[in-house]
Design a protein around this ligand. Structure first.
Ligand code: PNS
Length: 162
């Protein structure tokens, strides 16, 4: 059984994440989307809300499970019997941070492999941070997030149009 973990903050899930999830499920039997419990980042959605949103948005994607984790990713992966980490790379600017994490994870657990995947080109500029900022300022993000996430943003964030 080939198991991959796709870890992240997912605050919130974007269509770029969803695109990567669909691609990863073609390569692995199981893809565990794993939401980091990191309250230090003052997220917009709680971990439980993010887990539920991701689960609902991926209900039609076979092989996906949604989890949350705290502590080291490599420890969580060992508990889940996973040896592959999936991370998305959008632009060269992502690479430095991703390289550092991948090498640190390998240092901590030499059996761990990180696979970098490219999202569809139309999502290469999409990030959770940009989606929140544009939505907050009244911009249209309907093409960039799943409909359920858009609804949740509307319910959560006041729009301030300058
Ligand atoms: O979506 P993000 O915020 O870029 O995801 C970052 C994440 C969750 C993959 C990373 O912060 C992580 O794995 N944190 C767990 C702590 C850990 O294992 N750190 C060592 C690797 S540098």
């Amino acid at each position: 059984m080939r198991i991959a973990v796709y870890p992240g903050s997912f605050d919130p899930l974007t269509n770029g994440h969803l695109d990567l999830i669909r691609r990863a499920t073609r390569l692995f039997d199981r893809v565990f989307i794993s939401v980091l419990e990191n309250e230090g980042k003052s997220p917009l959605f709680t971990v439980a809300e993010r887990v539920e949103l991701i689960a609902r948005c991926t209900a039609d994607v076979p092989g996906v499970e949604v989890h949350s984790f705290s502590g080291l990713l490599v420890d969580f992966m060992q508990r889940m019997r996973a040896t592959v980490v999936i991370r998305g790379i959008r632009a060269v600017s992502d690479y430095e941070y991703e390289l550092q994490m991948a090498l640190m994870n390998r240092e901590l657990h030499p059996g761990m492999e990180t696979i970098f995947m490219l999202p569809a080109v139309e999502y290469t500029y999409v990030s959770s941070r940009v989606v929140k900022e544009v939505f907050r300022l009244g911009g249209d993000v309907a093409r960039l997030v799943p409909p359920l996430v858009l609804e949740s943003l509307k319910a959560r964030l006041p729009v301030t149009v300058g």
